[in-house]
Design a protein around this ligand. Structure first.
Ligand SMILES: [Zn+2]
Length: 269
């Protein structure tokens, strides 16, 4: 009898372990369902925004990014040098030039709303603590606009950079702007337009005060976690990577380089 009881206990405990492992795997996979942080547009989307600071008060961080057709394999990671650690992606960039880090300027903006081409407010799904999902509209919220001198977004950076240089214009946080994405892929364009100067609403001012440099840094690092090279050193080496902690996104890059695959690096989310 004792044997039976024991084996029952073993089964129960094993089942519990399996359940926990499955939950952990699910949690790890759901890593992407964090609270949205960045202002990402899709074709036909138009965002009405108010920058929360001047360009000289934005923060600039070195970032590695590589687009993959399979969203789960996208790389979007702050260079570990920003947290004073050796960076795995910097190592990998020696073999794969597309992985080279680029400076990204993070401009915090208040988003009045994002609408689609039919004028409907764009929605997104947010996972709650109890794992249930709710649909939310993208309106009256703070997002970070990622600007870089490279690619199509370079036009938006130029626009905001040059805007206050014209003596006829105000500072970028003294009026509202619209940014519209037209087309996608190679034909993607952004149209940025300004509205008339208008004092910032008191409630937006209050929100702006909470968007500090420290808080932005913390949240960006949390969202685009750096890859320290000690984690998974030399992914191009002969020794097979420890299967336990192989990152599928890294594996995809290694395979791409080994097969000499030409990638189309279009940064689209
Ligand atoms: Zn790096």
């Amino acid at each position: 009898m004792l044997r039976t009881a024991n084996s029952m206990d073993v089964i129960v405990s094993e089942m519990q372990k399996a359940k926990e492992a499955a939950e952990n795997a699910k949690k790890a996979k759901e890593g992407g369902s964090k609270k949205p942080l960045f202002l990402w547009l899709k074709p036909g989307h138009k965002a009405l925004i108010r920058p929360l600071c001047k360009m000289q008060d934005t923060i600039t961080l070195s970032r590695h990014s590589k687009w993959n057709k399979d969203r789960d394999l996208n790389i979007n990671s702050i260079c570990a040098s920003e947290v004073e650690k050796p960076c795995l992606y910097c190592e990998m960039a020696k073999e794969d030039k597309a992985l080279k880090s680029k400076a990204v300027i993070y401009l915090p903006v208040f988003v009045y709303q994002i609408s689609d081409e039919k004028g409907n407010i764009v929605t997104y799904e947010e996972t709650q603590e109890d794992k249930s999902k709710i649909t939310k509209e993208v309106k009256n919220t703070v997002r970070l606009l990622e600007l870089s001198a490279f690619g199509v977004i370079g036009d938006v950076l130029q626009y905001f950079w040059k805007f206050p240089l014209d003596p006829d214009n105000c500072q970028i946080n003294e009026c509202d702007f619209s940014i519209e994405q037209v087309g996608e892929g190679q034909g993607k364009k952004f149209i940025t337009m300004h509205k008339n100067p208008k004092p910032m609403h008191d409630r937006i001012k209050a929100v702006a005060a909470s968007v500090t440099e420290d808080e932005m840094f913390k949240r960006i690092i949390d969202f685009c976690t750096p890859k320290v090279s000690e984690d998974n050193s030399d992914p191009f080496g002969d020794a097979p990577a420890k299967s336990k902690d192989t990152d599928p996104a890294i594996e995809a890059v290694v395979k791409g380089v080994e097969n000499g695959v030409e990638d189309d690096t279009i940064e689209t989310w």
